[in-house]
Design a protein around this ligand. Sequence first.
Ligand code: ADP
Ligand code: MG
Length: 229
Amino acid sequence: MLLEMKHIYKDYNPDKIVVPVLKDINISIDEGEYVAIMGPSGSGKTTLMNIIGCLDRPTKGEYFLEEESIVNYSENELADLRLKTLGFVFQSFNLLPKQTALENVSLPLSYAGIPVKNRKKIAFQALARVGLQDRVHFRPSELSGGQQQRVAIARALVNNPKIILADEPTGALDSHSGIQVMELFQQLNDDGVTVIMITHDANIAGYAKRVLHIFDGRITDDNSQKGDR
Ligand code: ADP
Ligand code: MG
């Protein structure tokens, strides 16, 4: 099992009032799966993604990544795990506006301590993998939304993560660019990358092999055909 959550709860405490957001989440995901987590706005999708991505901690519960319990990891250990195991794609791309595509994609390589002389080549390869080899010196403002998201995907891929986590990755795109991004995730999954995608859109969720439905902080349905996986 690549990822396992047992009885995960998350409360927020604004002004000392406890707001329960995730309630007894249990999820198991194998290596190579393509999973969509689908639910309406406010159901807890981003909260769940932040916990899956080790950007936030659960209030309660157990979380295993590659069979390792990580709930007691230090901030440094979590940062290391994010860098090596996880790649993130966000709705709003989150690219640095003054940096070129190549520089944006190189950034995680510098955090990972890859020598400067190797970074360019690796970043170029990641951009080629998303079809942007002829746009490497463009800045985000010189790229379309779909191209910016592909740069973000290249950045997510550049350290060879086991898991790509995407939160509403097509939410800011026109439908044509959205389909291109979905085809890219499909291709990555065919190459063996585990994809976990969050969406409120049933059409987008339809690209995944398995759909988990979240409603009011609980997983209400899991369409995985167990014999099929
Ligand atoms: P979704 O991504 O499905 O739209 P979120 O996970 O962003 O849902 O939010 C789920 C609920 O948690 C919402 O009611 C939201 O107001 C609340 N929430 C999210 N983040 C915080 C926070 N940092 N502090 C307090 N409440 C939060
Ligand atoms: Mg959200």
